[in-house]
Design a protein around this ligand. Structure first.
Ligand SMILES: Nc1ncnc2c1ncn2[C@@H]1O[C@H](COP(=O)(O)OP(=O)(O)O)[C@@H](O)[C@H]1O
Ligand SMILES: [Mg+2]
Length: 424
């Protein structure tokens, strides 16, 4: 039986066949109760993609995201060595990819698959001050990361604190941050606080507001001197999980957004450099030694990082990747239950959508705006025809200009995203 390859351009299909693809599931044929599974569906990993994964709560988004990560980690060495996965894990569920999926062993058996833990391939990163807390909860953590305050511009800080640009507190903060940057000086939160204290141009009320804000920020547990040496941690063939799930609710999104802003920017810059090296090597000018791999940036709850109604500190860094990431080889996989809440540019730049059940008209409209090639009625018809199985979805593939119905395969590694039930 022939495999179906999604995400692959017709010319690549001719040239590479099914090389550099991953097995994500099977084609669903027939409707509702009559539905059955036929051909294998393979996903292209040869080229960068923007793949939007959406669907309502519990429909299998995070699970499907995990499958994509597993498949990248399982590619033959010649492909795997060029790729790495960066997973922004807002729910704290992906550490379990280290563990084999003994939970769904019967299901795996039906699919002729065996459980596999990716213990040595998965690295879990958490904010350094939370490392102990994670370890107490017996979550395997590999590294604590910190973020240097000087990596952020005055505008970044204003966005991170959710301040209007011209608010007096924002202006005071910007003034001081800009001063450090002009002096080319590295600074910590404490340095900001004392510089503000000494500034005669800032009034007392603003000073004490800033002092409060920054003192709280210092307790977020992410700022430090170390920084993320992204080229050191993002080794080829790995799944790098940034677990940002355990931040306290009030400031959680500020911290997550800052972290994502930094990671996205670093990835983009490193890949731009790496791309130049790769070109030179291709011309025979230099020999490639160790290099920064192509990245698959995956993100749960993406509507929080690049929303369509407000600007966050991570908005621009993400949009840069979305709009200009293909050339340097960066893929982006946003997952969300609210595609209509995600920034319009993310939607319109997606070359593939994997939609698990969606109910709201607004969500369907958002999808339609991505894939103008398809008729709205078609999308609706396909979604209506889906059986009520976990992990059933429709795939809108711009590369082949086709729609498929997909049943995602069971995970090889443990999926920790199961909703709690009262009985164990
Ligand atoms: N392809 C699949 N095969 C089998 N079970 C699945 C599949 N996809 C999802 N599930 C089940 O559904 C649950 C919810 O999926 P999850 O991806 O966590 O939902 P969400 O859309 O909220 O991210 C999972 O814990 C798992 O038990
Ligand atoms: Mg989820």
């Amino acid at each position: 039986m022939h495999e179906i390859i999604v995400g692959r351009r017709p010319d690549d299909l001719e040239k590479y066949g099914k090389q550099g693809t991953g097995y994500i599931g099977k084609h669903i044929v027939g409707k509702g109760d009559e539905a059955h599974l036929t051909n294998k569906i393979l996903l292209d990993f040869l080229r960068p993609h923007v793949i939007l994964i959406c669907g309502k709560r519990g429909s299998g988004k995070s699970y499907t995201g995990g499958i994509i990560a597993e498949e990248i980690a399982s590619l033959p060495e010649s492909f795997r060595k060029n790729l790495t996965v960066v997973m922004i894990d807002t729910m704290g569920i992906y550490w379990s990819t280290k563990v084999p999926n003994e939970d769904q062993i019967v299901l795996l058996d039906k699919w002729n698959l065996k459980p596999r833990g990716f213990k040595d391939i998965v690295k879990v990163y958490v904010p350094f001050k939370q490392k102990e807390e994670f370890q107490k909860a017996e979550i395997p953590v590999d590294f604590g990361i910190s973020v240097p305050p000087y990596e952020f511009t005055a505008e970044d800080w204003t966005l991170a604190f959710n301040l209007p640009m011209t608010n007096p507190i924002a202006l005071g903060l910007q003034k001081v941050v800009n001063r450090f940057h002009r002096r080319n000086e590295k600074f910590q939160i404490n340095d900001l606080i004392s510089e503000i204290k000494d500034d005669r141009g800032i009034d007392t009320r603003t000073k004490s507001a800033l002092d409060n804000m920054l003192t709280v920020a210092d307790q977020w547990g992410v700022f430090g001197t170390e920084g993320i040496r992204i080229e050191e941690i993002m080794k080829p063939g790995m799944i790098n999980i940034f677990d940002v799930s355990r931040l306290r609710a009030t400031e959680a999104w500020s911290v997550r957004n800052l972290l994502v802003a930094l990671i996205s920017r670093e990835i983009y810059q490193k890949r731009i450099m790496a791309r130049k090296q790769e070109e030179l090597a291709k011309m025979g000018e230099i020999e490639l030694k160790e290099r920064f791999p192509m990245v698959w940036l995956m993100m749960d709850e993406a509507h929080q990082f690049c929303p369509n109604d407000t600007k966050t500190v991570s908005t621009d860094p993400i949009l840069t990747i979305v709009k200009q990431g293909r050339e340097p080889g960066i893929s982006f996989v946003p997952m969300t239950q609210m595609p209509n809440k995600v920034h319009q540019d993310v939607i319109s730049q997606s070359d593939m959508v994997i939609a698990h059940t969606l109910t709201s008209k607004a969500d369907l409209d958002a999808l339609h705006s991505v894939m103008q090639t398809y008729m709205m009625e078609d999308i609706q018809k396909y979604i209506d025809s889906l059986p009520k199985w976990k992990g059933a979805s429709i795939v809108l593939d711009d590369n082949s200009e086709r729609i498929y119905t997909l049943q995602a395969r069971p995970r090889l590694s443990w999926h920790a995203g199961e909703a709690a039930i009262a009985k164990m």
